[in-house]
Write a protein that binds this ligand. Structure first.
Ligand code: UGA
Length: 442
């Protein structure tokens, strides 16, 4: 059920409202088991479990805007059936929202005079855009937060095929080898809500940490990719989310770290670690401009080609996309910006009708006449461009690999001057005294 009639009409025609690998196949496979409507009165009364998955966009002072959640909760309360219903908060909501949603539902429910009863649970979402279906079917864990045993049992029954991995895997989403079960964390409401924020903030910290180390790596002549691997293979640290580059974007990390700090401040607490991760992340975007400036000496009048606009590959989501932010900052500094994205181009045009960014239909077209290219989103197809040909059409063959995703040796062979965001500076060595200090302390 969605209040947007256009979205519902498109879904009924089998058209997906956004790009996500395999989503159309899953919807088609569901057949008559999946129906779309704009009416609460059609979707709610028969339901035994209701998932609230409305958007919670950034609001004021770091707090998310909860008006869609409020409206959904009231409308659900007004339409509940005469049996016991479990209402699950899937949307990322501030800690304590479960209690608030319960009170909104109760008001509407009592006015409605229904008899069935209901309970609210939190079931935070951990899927990543671009691999959403894989993450949903084969999760690292399922978290259920509720004060009541009956509610926990209803959700356990619902999730059982995933927890026990007993469902037949779709042919296009095979089960990872060796996966036999997914762990369940059954806890109280507040803990489930905090798990969601603490997980996203921790992943954000990992990215900012490796980006901070990347800046030092550049100075001391170390290779950040090797450093990330070297620390990540320690099982206590883990190799994932240690890819250095332009920093995180998307609808979650920025919003959720801000919300976590805002919640803490409501309780009179500071969150210096989370705040530092946010600062480091915003600095990475500025570093793209600084790097370009040091290559080109001025940005005014230069033509910069941006490869990739989406906040990450395999999605057309542009929310808080580092590429879009960098393009905007370049234009503010007087540069001409040409851009390409394999999937997000159309959405970019629609969402930014007045943007001065010149939209190109191929990566090759972006390069024509450019003073430098910036790899802003690591779509796999950019790795295999014909770099000799791409470079030959540029005014100067310079590439800033802001995702550290390109094959530096190959690109350099193609005649490019390669710059990375954490580039190993040629000839950079530890200062003599630092070496001896390190030896002594080691
Ligand atoms: C993130 C979390 O990973 C999910 O677990 C969570 O469910 C989701 O937010 C959410 O709260 O809804 P998502 O934002 O879709 O998922 O994508 P990620 O794969 O986490 O990437 C976020 C950003 O970090 C991207 O811009 C990506 O390029 C960047 N990133 C990621 C890095 O810069 N380095 C890395 O090593 C990993």
């Amino acid at each position: 059920m969605d209040v947007d009639p256009e979205k519902v009409r498109a879904l009924k025609r089998g058209e997906m409202p956004f790009y996500e690998p395999h989503l159309a196949e899953v919807v088609a496979d569901a057949g008559q088991n999946l129906k779309f409507t704009t009416e609460y009165s059609e979707a709610i009364p028969q339901a035994h479990v209701i998932f609230i998955a409305v958007g919670t966009p950034p609001g004021q002072n770091g707090n998310p805007d909860l008006r869609y959640l409020e409206s959904a909760a009231r409308s659900i309360g007004e339409n509940l059936g005469s049996h016991f219903t479990v209402i699950v908060n899937k949307s990322t909501v501030p800690i304590g929202s479960g209690v608030w949603v319960d009170s909104l539902l109760r008001d509407a429910f009592e006015r409605n005079g229904s008899r069935g009863g209901f309970a609210v649970a939190s079931n935070p979402e951990f899927l990543r855009e671009g691999s959403a279906l894989h993450d949903s079917l084969y999760p690292d864990r399922v978290v259920i937060g509720t004060a009541e045993t009956t509610t926990a049992e209803v959700l356990y029954t619902l999730y059982r095929p995933i927890l026990e991995q007993s469902f037949v895997a779709p042919r296009y989403l095979p089960r990872p080898e060796g996966l036999q079960a997914a762990p369940l964390i059954s806890t109280d409401l507040a803990s489930a809500e905090l798990i969601k924020y603490a997980a996203n903030a921790f992943l954000s910290l990992k990215i900012s940490y490796i980006n901070e180390i990347g800046i030092l790596a550049e100075k001391v002549g170390a290779d950040i990719a090797q450093v990330a691997k070297g620390i990540g293979l320690d099982a206590r640290i883990g190799t994932r989310f240690l890819q250095a580059g332009i920093g995180w974007g998307g609808s979650c990390f920025g919003k959720d770290t801000a919300a976590l700090a805002a919640t803490a401040s409501d309780y009179g607490l500071d969150m210096p670690i989370v705040k530092a991760a946010r600062e480091v992340n915003s600095r990475q975007r500025q570093r793209v401009l600084e790097k370009l400036l040091s290559e080109l000496h001025t940005l005014k009048g230069r033509t910069i080609g941006v490869l990739g606009l989406a906040f990450k590959p395999n999605t057309d989501d542009l929310r808080d996309a580092p590429a879009v932010d960098v393009a905007k900052r370049l234009i503010e500094r007087g540069a001409r910006v040409k851009a390409h994205d394999p999937i997000a181009m159309e959405r970019f045009r629609k969402e930014n009708p007045n943007s001065e960014v010149i939209c190109c239909s191929t990566a090759e077209e972006v390069a024509v006449g450019a003073d430098a290219l910036v790899l802003a989103t690591e779509w796999p197809q950019y790795r295999d461009l014909n770099w000799e040909q791409v470079g030959s059409t540029m005014r100067s063959a310079i590439i800033l690999d802001a995702r550290l995703a390109l094959d530096r040796a190959r690109i350099t062979r193609a005649g490019f001057r390669y710059a990375g965001l954490a580039e190993r500076t040629k000839g950079a060595v530890m200062k003599e005294r630092d070496v001896s200090a390190a030896t002594i302390s080691g």
